[in-house]
Each structure stands twice: as C-alpha cells, then as structure tokens.
Ligand binder design. Sequence first.
Ligand SMILES: *Cc1c(COP(=O)(O)O)cnc(C)c1O
Ligand SMILES: [Zn+2]
Length: 420
Amino acid sequence: MDKNDGYMKALKCRECGREYPLTATHVCEFDFGPLEVAYDYDRIRRSLTPALIQSRPQNMWRYRELLPLAGDPTVGFKVGFTPLIKADRLAKRLGIRELWIKNDTVNYPTLSFKDRVVSVALSRARELGFTTVACASTGNLANSVAANAAAAGLRAYVFIPSDLEQGKIVNSLIYGAQVIAIKGHYDEVNRLCAEIAGKFGWAFVNVNMRPYYAEGSKSMGYEIMEQLEWRIPRHTVVCMASGSLLTKIHKSYQEFTKLGLVTETPYKIYGAQATGCSPISSAQKAGLDFFKPVKPNTIAKSLAIGTPADGFYALRTMKQTGGVADDVTDDEIREGIKLLAECEGIFAETAGGVTVGVAKKLIASGKIPADDSAVLCITGNGLKTLDAVVGHAGQPREIKPSLREFETLLATENLSPVNA
Ligand SMILES: *Cc1c(COP(=O)(O)O)cnc(C)c1O
Ligand SMILES: [Zn+2]
C-alpha cells in the first residue's frame, strides 16, 4: 500500500472484488459493478478511539480516518455534526416511546446532507488535480457543489432538471456556478452527464468521483452513534433517492462495530420514498430483489430518481437488517412537514416530509414497535421547497394596526395556535 493514500487501500468492485487504483473512476471494467473505497481497517483500529474522536472539532472530519482522502480536507471544514434532537412531542404524536431527529436541515453551508458528500468529493478532486467540478443533481447537490466550489475557487458546472423549485435553482445560480437546466427528468440529466464526464476532464462528483463522494454519507451515521453515546439505534428511517445514503448509514454502523467503537447490537434500516417515485419501496413491498424503473411525478423533487443507482444495494441492505420500505403521497408529505414543524420547530423540505410520513406509517402498522426507539434522518431544509407548501400552510390574519381590531378578531374567531 502506498502511504500517500492515507488509510485507503484501493477502489474495489462490489460485484467481483477486483481492485483498481485510487483514481477518478467508478465502474469495473469486467462486470460494470460499482467501485467502492476499501480501507486498511487494521491500521484505523490501532489509531481511532472514542477519546481521539471527541478531542477533535465538532464537524464530520472528526472521523477522517474513515473518509476517502489521502491528506487533510481542503473543502468543507465546518460540515456536519448537526444536532440529534430528542423529539418527545413528535414521538407522542406518532405513538412511539422514544424518537430522535438527525437534523441536517441546518447542515453547513447549504442546509442539506449533500454538504457531507460534496466536501469529500471536492477535497478528493483537488487531491487528484482537478480544477473543474460538476454534478447531475435533483437540486441539493447542485446547491452544495456550487457553494463549496465557490469557496474553494473551483470552476463548477451543475446539471439539473429544468422543473426544479425556484429555491433550488436560485441557490445554485447565486454562487456563480454554470447552471445547465435540462428539459427532462433527473434520469435523463444523469445519462447526459455520463456522456459529458467521458468527454471532458472534469471531476463529476456523482459520476467518476462517485466512490469517494458516496463515502461522505457515512458521516451522518457516525454522528448518530456518537450522539447516542456510542450506540447503534435500534431503528433508523432514511429517505431514498439513489438509495446511496441508506446503504452508507448501514456501512457506518458496520464499520463502528468492526472497529470496536460501538458494541454489536441488532438494528433495522427502513427506506422512505414518495409514492410518485417509489421504484425501491415498491420492489421491497413486492418482495423483489430488483426495482423496475419509473417516471417520477411527486412534489419530493429531491428524491425524484426513477432509476436509482444504488437501488439494488438499498434493497439488499433492508433485507439484511430486517428493515422494510414504504412510501407516502404528496398530501402525506405535506402533512409530515407540518407535523415535524408543529411538534419540534424544524422546517424540513419535502424529503423530510417523506421520512416523517413513512415513519408514521411504520409505527402505526407495528413494523417499528411502539415501545421502541427510532432515529429519523431529516436531510434538507424547507426554505428551499416553499413551492410545495405555499397555499397549504394557512394564511396570516390581516388587520389594521388597531387594538380594537385585534380584540374583535380574537373574540369572533378561534385564534388559538395549533401547537398549544
Ligand atoms: C439527495 C438527497 C437524499 C437522498 O440521497 P441518495 O443518497 O441519493 O438516496 C435525501 N434527501 C435529500 C434532501 C437529498 O437532497
Ligand atoms: Zn467487477
């Protein structure tokens, strides 16, 4: 092993196990299997202890031995270590003994879990000598690539479906990135990007850089375990687009167990999708190992991937851990957003509404037992998807600046706040 590769050993095919050098590449030449970063866990075990982790600054790089960089990060120093909130009021509403919210609506700097994957991908892109970065995105990834590239002085091209929410589009443009809107679904954007990546020498964070990029998601799982005082949660609910985050949370739990940072305990991981784009949850519910591609039609645009790259592995992860998947309609997504906001004061985007809505169903059906404890991964901020809730959150009462008018209003209408 080259010591210049940090704790990484190689890129390894998930299907045949063939090893590849640690370059910007993502598929096996023999079977087209996805490549994944392999680490030297023996060396990591000798150096990484809870005490060492706790002595470091509160960001995702406190687990840096388990993240795929050769040296120190150069992008996204402040990303991660978002709050894990004990959600007692929401627990009561959903009918479960104990509930935790992993709150990535306040991740730095672009208010979604994508800042985790992007800081890894861009730091690695710099190590490999790239000066231009790019991505195919359902919105949040574009925002994070644009912002982090701006701060790092990298050139950025972001490719998005043209029908995204205004909040997501403006949040990419403002940083000066080249924003290319494609008239088509994400899956068509992604296909085009695979062609562009083959032709231009750019670091496409979720194409040729995908093995490194995807590892960044593990930090969400590491933080959950540390914040639960070095325990694996019994039940974890994760929303799925490509399905990558769900598989990486599983990997994080396995790695901490293997390294002796937590004791081995059984756990289940559950996947959440929108009914309008539910290739993975539909396959899981039908007991299939493979999904059927779909055409997305949902307000949860950040999750609208009809051909999920990690769908197969997400299905396998749920099967291995004993978890299941479910999906919710657009109305149930809005209801989930309101529930979380009214109970916990957290305004999540549509993807968060999906997670809360599915958790509600899983608890109601007893699939997550009522006397147990669960963690919900809330991955993005509601201020970016206002389009989805405008007209569904009620209207302000408008009066003249007069005490009498206010008193009349109080007397004639029921004005008690819903969360009292
Ligand atoms: C991208 C995204 C996800 C899921 O990502 P995958 O790893 O592709 O499954 C979840 N929530 C939000 C808000 C996202 O932007
Ligand atoms: Zn292979």
